[in-house]
Design a protein around this ligand. Sequence first.
Ligand SMILES: [Zn+2]
Length: 80
Amino acid sequence: MRLDIQLFGALPARRISKTRKRLRRTHLKKEAPTITTCPNCNSPIAPHRACTNCGYYKGKDVLGKEEKVEENKESKKSDK
Ligand SMILES: [Zn+2]
């Protein structure tokens, strides 16, 4: 697709019409990041990453955050 652009590469700005420039840039856009939920604590996480909240990945506590999470739960209970 759009071989004319690929063949000649960079050109002076006035050689590229507004329409051609805008058509090319229709593909340039920022995509929303993919977000899944942690199966352990249900907080939003990036896929294929350890959970930043509880430190779990594939059912294991890989970051050693288990004790901290328990502390947080206790502090929440004391608030209520
Ligand atoms: Zn989690």
